[in-house]
Design a protein around this ligand. Structure first.
Ligand SMILES: *Cc1c(COP(=O)(O)O)cnc(C)c1O
Length: 466
């Protein structure tokens, strides 16, 4: 009796939250799904409204004692959540490296959530472990890293850059993995200060990484860049020599393919040659610009990337994959394995466990949407999409050149156009707000060489500004 009563109570509380073993409530779950699909299609993807955020007021958490049915929650999503969210689906949004997602990657993410496998280990994600491994080798070969290349997906480029610093440190000083960098632990490496080099236009994740691996952000030597944001090679080499003369040990040199503010691409080949000359790990942060590899017309911009020991690349940016989707690639898979715990990827049980060489443990299956997007568009589709965003950026640049009120901040390298107001009566911040308020354009306002400038990242395939 009591059991039956408890069953009844539980059933009432959790009704239609899970599918019952007899599948009797399947239609309710389906109806809920269709309602979400309608909401996503009509109110999110088809939202070309000129208000980028309609409502800036705060939303109360309001967690109830008794649960609420999905119909009411769906209405709340429509009336409360969507108006307060930034609309990246607008063709007039071009502020950051945040793209409108390919539709198939949205549905693929829902499928991945439903399957809910865990990238921690092969037994928790049998197919997706193999899929991710195959994709990593495929991307490695695409970037010219060769047959031994490998990698792991990460939940962002920051984590990939932090991993690069960790793997590089452990490559140079394998003992630091177990002994750390304390002075008394070892004769080999403790006497010397380890230093890393990257341009002053590099992403802040390199500072985070130096902090995380115990070397400290002051030991990241930032190298001056030219007017577009490319690292100055003579200064890079001079700084490396200076540190060596001081008795310090350079272990890491990074090049950037698509800097966060101006989209500049370092002379990757030359930076790589300098890294090798001084026996340093060579990392390329191609979080943004890596997608140029997909375009036969533009991949020359990445010349020299095949020299990299490791690469960061974010398909969640210029490959239009729904967040999150980023990767850390290495030229030699053994370096990734050694960078963590020395466990061979193929152990006795032949299992490849991504949790063994990723800073993350439990992880979503971000491979599914990436694979589907590649298969859906094909390489031709991707090259056309990348080329289209370059063409659109050139059109935007021409619009800036033609405008008497605007001027370029620097020559664009890729689909990032930085501009500023030429009108003495209106500064960049005011102009930006004015455009946002009028629904004309959503640009970002980064700090560049001491000034706030206007940045457009032309990712929307239907981007418009007139
Ligand atoms: C976006 C970006 C990052 C950081 O990636 P997240 O996914 O935001 O962590 C790092 N480096 C460059 C060059 C980037 O453009």
């Amino acid at each position: 009796m009591l059991n039956e009563f408890l069953d009844f109570q539980l059933n009432n509380q959790i009704a239609d939250r899970f599918i019952k073993p007899d599948r009797s409530n399947r239609e309710v779950i389906r109806k809920m799904g269709y309602a979400f699909v309608d909401l996503i299609t009509d109110e999110v993807l088809a939202n070309h409204d000129r208000d980028f955020v309609k409502d800036n007021s705060a939303l109360k958490l309001d967690i109830p004692q008794t649960g609420i049915g999905w119909e009411d929650l769906l209405l709340e999503m429509r009336s409360q959540v969507l108006p307060r969210s930034l609309n990246l689906n607008s063709s007039r949004y071009m502020g950051h490296m945040d793209s409108v997602p390919l539709a198939i990657t949205i549905w693929a993410d829902a499928l991945a959530s439903a399957i809910n496998n865990n990238m921690l280990s092969k037994e928790l994600a049998p197919l997706f472990t193999q899929l991710e491994a195959d994709l990593m080798s495929w991307f490695g070969r695409l970037f010219g890293l060769g047959d031994k290349s490998f990698g792991t997906l990460t939940s962002g480029g920051s984590l990939a850059n932090i991993t690069a610093l960790l793997v590089a440190r452990n490559y140079k000083f394998p003992e630091s993995k177990s002994l750390g960098l304390n002075k008394n632990n070892s004769k080999n490496y403790n006497e010397n200060k380890l230093v890393a080099f990257i341009s002053d236009a590099a992403h802040t994740s390199f500072d985070k990484g130096m902090n995380a691996i115990g070397l400290g952000s002051k030991n990241l030597i930032r190298i001056e860049t030219n007017s577009s944001g490319q690292v100055k090679l003579d200064i890079l080499e001079a700084k490396i020599q200076e540190q060596i003369n001081l008795g310090y040990v350079p272990f890491f040199v990074g090049a950037i393919a698509g800097t966060t503010i101006t989209g500049a691409i370092d002379n990757i080949k030359a930076v790589g040659e300098i890294a090798k000359k001084y026996n340093c790990w060579f990392h390329v942060d191609a979080a943004y610009g890596g997608a140029a590899i997909l375009s036969p017309s533009w991949k020359y911009l990445l010349a020299g990337i095949d020299l990299a020991d490791s690469i960061t690349f974010n398909p969640q940016k210029w490959m239009w994959i729904a967040r999150t989707c980023a990767m850390f690639l290495v030229k030699d898979r053994q370096n990734l394995i050694d960078g963590f715990d020395n466990t061979l990827p193929y152990m006795a049980d032949n299992a490849l466990n991504f949790g063994n060489f990723n800073l993350q443990g439990t992880r979503r299956t971000d491979s599914l949407k990436l694979w589907l997007a590649l298969r859906s568009l094909g390489l031709d589709g991707y090259s056309k999409l990348v080329d289209n965003s370059m063409t659109k950026a050139q059109e935007l640049r021409a619009w800036v050149d033609d405008s008497s009120d605007l001027e370029l901040v620097c020559e664009p390298t890729i689909n990032i156009v930085c501009m500023r107001s030429r009108n003495p009566h209106i500064d960049n911040a005011t102009l930006r707000q004015n455009w946002i308020d009028r629904g004309k354009l959503w640009l970002s306002l980064p700090l560049w060489r001491g000034d706030r400038i206007l940045k457009a990242v032309v990712l929307h395939p239907y981007a418009q500004w007139d």
